[in-house]
Design a protein around this ligand. Structure first.
Ligand code: GTP
Ligand code: MG
Length: 342
């Protein structure tokens, strides 16, 4: 179902690109053919310059067919139940006739080179669901680079007819912000706790939340989950004074039993309908597009510097000098700009 980027896959794709160009792949992709979708994603994840050019062409070609999905970002600390939740919610939605794509932005994969999110072990139902598509996080690059690939993958999934895209991330570094910038709706999963509910969730993440769902509200945890939800409600009231039209709701759910998922999804759709009704959805996505443009400019500048082997020693010297307080950041920036020819 998923296809890891390897030399073989890249070569296979290159052959089909060289022969038939993107047209045949594109038709199959637009029909929702999973193998074509997987190959298309492999292509956009490729760093080879000729692949990049073909990927850009492909993205231009699918662009008119994108934008139709409900895009939901999902975060939460390890063990909160993200995978179990996505499996339950995704299955709930495919049972109602939706096509659900599950993507991931996994910051740890950028260090280790391996993807741990989007793993199918805890998504047993979705992994075999013909109306679901699970794609692990791109496994190398900077956060900005990985998130940009995930964004392009999301567009391909939309073109292939997926009407719900769930993007998972574990709360490390800036990955929540990156995922919030990819999606229409940002869902924070939380744990039931006793008095320490707010621990482990950064204030900045609560500020991004369009909804908080306290998971594991089942069995002995039910009362604690409700107490945690009450604490989050109070915290949100303090953090987000009533100004916007949307007040992030705090719900309790159980990914294990499925309790509360129906209500949760109704609220997600309610949020989307409100955004769409005021053209705020289009405005939000255009603002995100502008951010992505700049993110990609930054990526390219960094790639240019990293690719300039002759200047590596000089760049390192500048960085060390600034870090050691021997050079001002402005003087350092001037030197870097000089290397870039700016
Ligand atoms: N009781 C109960 N247990 C749950 C629920 N959701 C998940 N769990 C359990 O919590 C544990 C962690 O669930 P995962 O879905 O793997 O959590 P995760 O957030 O994906 O974890 P990472 O991938 O490590 O970040 C598993 O043992 C699940 O069975 C729930 O709603 N109720
Ligand atoms: Mg998981």
């Amino acid at each position: 179902m998923t296809e890891d980027l390897d030399a073989g896959a890249a070569t296979r794709h290159k052959r089909s690109m060289a022969g038939a160009r993107t047209t045949i792949d594109l038709d199959a992709l637009l029909r929702g053919d999973r193998a074509s979708l997987a190959r298309a994603i492999t292509l956009i994840e490729s760093k080879r310059p000729d692949h990049r050019a073909a990927a850009r062409q492909l993205l231009d070609a699918v662009m008119p067919r994108t934008g139709g999905a409900v895009r939901v970002g999902i975060t939460g600390v390890p063990g909160v139940g993200k995978s179990t939740f996505i499996d339950a919610l995704g299955s709930h939605l495919t049972a109602q006739g939706s096509k659900v794509a599950v993507l991931a932005v996994d910051p740890s994969s950028m260090r280790t080179g391996g993807s741990i999110l989007g793993d199918k072990t805890r998504m047993a139902r979705l992994a075999v669901d013909p109306n679901a598509f699970i794609r692990p996080s791109p496994s190398s690059g900077t956060l900005g680079g990985v998130a940009a690939k995930t964004r392009e993958t999301m567009l391909l999934c939309e073109a292939a007819g997926f009407d719900v895209v769930l993007v998972e991330t574990v709360g490390v570094g800036q990955s929540e912000t990156a995922v919030a910038d990819l999606t229409d709706f940002f869902l924070v999963l939380a744990l039931p706790g006793a008095g320490d509910e707010l621990q482990g969730i950064k204030k900045g993440v609560l500020e991004l939340a369009d909804m908080i769902a306290v998971n594991k509200a089942d069995g002995d945890n039910l009362a604690r989950a409700k107490a945690a939800a009450a604490e989050y409600r109070t915290a949100l009231q303090i953090l987000t004074p009533a100004q916007g039209a949307w007040h992030p709701p705090v719900l309790t759910v159980s990914a294990l039993t499925g309790d509360g998922l129906d209500d949760l999804w109704r609220k997600v759709l309610d949020h989307r309908n409100r955004l769409a009704a005021t053209s705020a959805l289009a405005a939000k996505r255009r603002a995100q597009d502008a951010k992505w443009m700049w993110a990609q400019v930054n990526e390219r500048l960094h790639a240019r510097l990293a690719g300039d082997k002759a200047q590596q020693a000089r760049i390192k010297r500048i960085e060390h000098a600034v870090a050691a307080g021997e050079m001002s950041p402005t003087a350092g920036a001037d030197e870097i700009a000089d290397i870039l020819g700016l």
